[in-house]
Structures are given as C-alpha cells and as structure tokens.
Design a protein around this ligand. Structure first.
Ligand SMILES: Nc1ncnc2c1ncn2[C@@H]1O[C@H](COP(=O)(O)OP(=O)(O)OP(=O)(O)O)[C@@H](O)[C@H]1O
Ligand SMILES: [Mg+2]
Length: 350
C-alpha cells in the first residue's frame, strides 16, 4: 500500500533519447506529473548495447535532477531481437501457480538460449482451439541484457523494481487511451533512432510482435551522405531547422529515400505477419517514436502500405495540468510512449 501510493517512475533508456515519466493516480484515471527527455550523443548506445556506461549514468542523473523527481523506484525496459524472445505457445490446461512452477520446463523448447541464462515470464491468454489446451505468451529475456540496463539505472541512484519489454509498455499506453476494436488488427509501430518495434493487437490481445534493428538513424545518415555534414547538423535539418548553405527544401529527397527504406522494412514485417498467422488483415497503424515526427513520414507510410496511419495520442485519457506547454508536450508524448507505458506499471503487476 505504501509502495503503491509512493508510485514508480517510467524510465526508457533509448539510444538517442532517455525519457522519464511520473504519473499520479487520480480519482478517474491518471494525471501527468512530469515528463522529461535527455538527448544522447550517438556513440553511447549502439545496436542496443551500452558502450559508454559512465556517460549514460551521467545523463540519467542529469535528467532526474533536472526533472525534480524524488521517487527512486523505476520501471525500465529492454528491447532487441537478439536478447528478447516472445512466443505464443499452446500448453496443457493448468493454473497460473502450476505454470509458475513449471515455466522453465515448458519454455525450454522455445528458447534458443541456455534456459539458465534468461529470465522468464508468461501470460495465460485463455483456452486454446484444442481441447484441454490453453494459449500462453512466453517471454524470455537474456539476463546479460537485463543486467546491462539494470546496472546503469542502479548507478544513477534509482531502484529498478520492474523490468519490462518495450513492446509491452507500448501496448500498455495504447490500452489506456484506446478502446480495443473487436475483430480487427491494430499495428502499434514504434520507430526510434535504431529500432522498429511492432506489436499487432487483435481485440486488445497481442498476436504478433517483431523487432527490426533499423530506425530514424537512416534519415540522419542519408542527409549526412548527401551534404557531407556532421551528425548534429544532420539531426537539425531532419527536425526541420535550417542550416547555413542548405535550404530546407533540398533535404526532402534524402529524407524520403530513407523513409522508403524504413517503410519497406515495416512492409516486410507485415508480410511475415500475414504468412505466419491466419489473422485477418491490419486495419490501422498507430505510429509512435521520434520517426513519427519526421515531416511526411506518416503520409508516406499510408501511401506505400495502404493502411490507415494515425500518430499515437498518448494523453487522451491522461489529465494534463495547466503548467505544461501543450504543443511541445504533443511532440514529447510521441517520443515518450514507452516511458509512459512503463510509468503505468505498478508493483505486483504481471
Ligand atoms: N522533431 C524531432 N524531434 C526529436 N527527434 C526526432 C524528430 N524527428 C525525428 N527524430 C528522430 O527520432 C529518433 C529518436 O526517437 P526516439 O526517442 O523514439 O528513439 P530512441 O528511443 O532514443 O531510440 P531506440 O529506441 O531506437 O534506441 C532520432 O533518430 C531523431 O533524430
Ligand atoms: Mg526507443
């Protein structure tokens, strides 16, 4: 009870932005207390690995002190195909307690690593199509990867009490803000600097997940190549700022060609979804992550894939106090969806 009222913060350590969110439980839902973002130089976290932990620790400490957050308990997340396995499997009917006791044994055939090297979790989805069977989602995360993130968070003076997976935090913030549509599939697509995370939901239940190791860094690199400029200048151009000697309108071809590569990757994942499942088609894409802020990205995605694209609205059901700058918060919210989803976690949640 004491822990619950004290609450926890959501902390998403991305390769470009570290986001921190504090929510308050109010009578009819949630209220945003704090949302802050720190920008990292590109060499600290590469391909999901923390290369320079002292500087990441400094960045987290700076962000926490700047945001004025006093809470130490944090929900954090990991992402990455090589260290996270999510599978939907069919098991004999049993209770949650029984599965808790046998999860290691049941999951072993599906996990391509030594079962002692992973942390396991599961969620029972309900009775399966076969008699006496049930559908279960199992999640295995390499302990190495968890430890890598847990140690920087601990060194920053925080207490990582929950370790989640990006994809689930994304579904979490979606659920709070949207009604699940019975029947149709909704694709939650989060595109960061170096990752694409896709979680396809059917009637609110995750039916397909996929991770790709590319992201909006492709835009930065394409602009850098085109004009022979620095990473930082390229990041500015990408956000729509101007740079001396390079008119904004000259940037569009490089941006669009990188967008097309990212979209081709999403299309491949959707094809894989259609091939791997018997589900009906996807009727909408809910887009988030920094890439969603790239001018024309959402409309190009819609045009190329032919599916309705909406940029996520993470604050539909979260109250915003007057002192927040609404326009700025809209952009920050798009980037901070995973941290928002993490901030919704409560101790004892499964
Ligand atoms: N207007 C914008 N403001 C901030 N970032 C933007 C904007 N437009 C595009 N971006 C890009 O979005 C990316 C950062 O998005 P995000 O914060 O979601 O990534 P991340 O979580 O740090 O990365 P990852 O999860 O892939 O490690 C960067 O490549 C950044 O350049
Ligand atoms: Mg991210």
């Amino acid at each position: 009870m004491l822990l619950r009222s004290k609450g926890i913060i959501g902390l998403d350590v991305g390769s470009r932005h570290i986001k921190v969110v504090q929510l308050k439980d109010v009578k009819d839902g949630y209220q945003l207390e704090r949302l802050n973002i720190a920008t990292l130089p590109p060499e600290l976290i590469v391909d999901g690995s923390i290369i320079d932990s002292p500087r990441v620790v400094e960045a987290i400490k700076g962000l926490i002190s700047e945001s004025g957050i006093k809470i130490k308990d944090a929900a954090i997340s990991v992402s990455g195909h090589s260290s996270v396995i999510i599978k939907r499997i069919s098991l004999p009917q049993m209770t949650e307690d029984e599965l808790n006791d046998s999860i290691k044994f049941e999951a072993e055939p599906y996990v391509p690593f030594d079962i002692d090297d992973v942390n396991l979790d599961f969620q029972i989805l309900g009775t399966g199509e076969e008699q006496n069977k049930m559908d279960v989602v199992i999640v295995a995360v390499k302990k190495d990867k968890i430890n890598e993130y847990v140690s920087v968070v601990k060194e920053s003076g925080l207490n990582p009490v929950i370790v989640d997976v990006d994809l689930f935090a994304l579904a979490n913030i979606y659920e709070v803000n949207y009604e699940s549509k019975p029947g149709g599939n909704t694709a939650l697509v989060n595109i960061g600097a170096g990752t694409i995370n896709i979680n396809i939901l059917n009637s609110g239940v995750s039916v397909f997940t996929r991770y790709s190791p590319v992201g909006s860094n492709l835009h930065t690199e394409a602009i850098q190549r085109e004009f022979g400029i620095s990473y930082n200048d390229s990041e500015r151009l990408k956000r729509g700022e101007s740079i001396e000697g390079i008119p904004k309108e000259n940037v569009a071809p490089a941006v669009n060609s990188a967008s097309e590569d990212i979209i081709a990757e999403i299309a491949r994942s959707f094809d894989y979804f259609r091939g791997a499942t018997n589900e009906n088609d996807i009727h909408e894409i809910i887009l988030s992550g920094g890439c969603a802020l790239i001018k024309d990205f959402a409309s190009l995605l819609n045009e190329k894939i032919g599916i309705d694209v909406k940029i996520i609205e993470p604050f539909k059901n979260i109250q915003i106090p007057e002192n927040f700058d609404k326009a700025n918060l809209k952009k920050m919210g798009t980037i901070a969806v995973v941290a928002l989803g993490l901030a919704l976690r409560r101790l004892g949640d499964r």
